[in-house]
Design a binder for this molecule. Sequence first.
Ligand code: CTP
Length: 393
Amino acid sequence: MTRILLIVGGGIAAYKACELIRLLRRRGYAVRCVMTEGASHFVTPMTLAALSEDQVYTSLWDLKDEAEMGHIQLSRQADLIVIAPATADLLARMAGGIADDLATTLLLATDTPVLAAPAMNVRMWQHAATVRNVAQLRADGITILEPDAGAMACGEFGPGRLPEPDAIAAAVDRMLAPRATPLAGRHVLVTAGPTHEAIDPVRYIANRSSGRQGFAIAGALADLGAAVTLVAGPLTLATPAGVRRVDVVSAADMAAAVERALPADAAVMVAAVADWRVAAAPQKVKKGDAPPALTLTENVDILATLAHGALRPRLVVGFAAETERVVERAIAKRLRKNADWIVANDVSGDVFGGDANTVHLATADGVEHWERMAKDAVARRLAQRIADTLAGA
Ligand code: CTP
């Protein structure tokens, strides 16, 4: 039987944990509850014990429990830990690695996947400290649901309400569903982000690439079981789970890192590689009478070199950023660079740094127009397509 450890935090939404236990049990999960001290002011251990038909754990210092069931064991026996409601205080203590009660101690002692459903006042949710803590916890691999927006118990309005119990239960189902890993045993190379081309030791030429689409693709490929090497230009984005990252600065560094990462079954070249480099001055260029003239030299085309090379991956995917004649240019680029597919981005809108993307996929069979969707959704669809193609060939 799949076991869920439910941590109930101290907030007015704790009463919804009762309904959540009922829904989870109806789905066939075994549920064991841990309450924080604050939670016991909103619901009683007796209620949770009756609904879960199991003992409820509240204190780190209950020696009888430590003898029967240590807090480490408590978390390790679970297939998933769910925190509902996850209060601002609980999230802050988790983000800081603090273990000062039973709930936070077992969260620190576990490597079981964790799903947190936050609930708090809207200002608390939007406070810089909470925003920082949520970002940190997500980077640490914890799944945090977005709270619902609406009228709150405290009379204010906005995001901060606990997601409905059936939405939390659906998220539990998703996290526990056996993952399909059609790319297991495949190595996929991804490039992402901008490159920086030095003018002198302090200045460089760059571009506006945020790297988000490339990082999302690397993450989506890893989710499907691929061994992913992500060659990333200068960026501070968090590395997606399960991805091997190689940081580079210039186009020449990126070309060398790509070559070292071969062989690969597929390559997805998302990086906005600088087309030109400057013959960099060894010392800082000083202001003089006239501005200096920069002499640009063309960089090696990493995608074209790879696609024409002896170690060409079976599937080579290039990206194209265009503001006009998007499709026509994608078709030409595919042939010129010997790529199998070109994913053409229409960058005439707010694609750089934005969440959504409108892409067209040019393949040997023609051009597909994908509807505008989140960059994560583009990544998942492309990763699945790559998996299907490698499986079919
Ligand atoms: N690319 C590369 N190495 C380069 C330049 C580009 O690998 N030196 C790859 C990019 O990662 C991307 C594709 O080639 O997959 C983009 O091609 P590019 O010719 O640079 O197209 P755009 O920059 O989109 O447009 P333009 O044709 O205007 O240069």
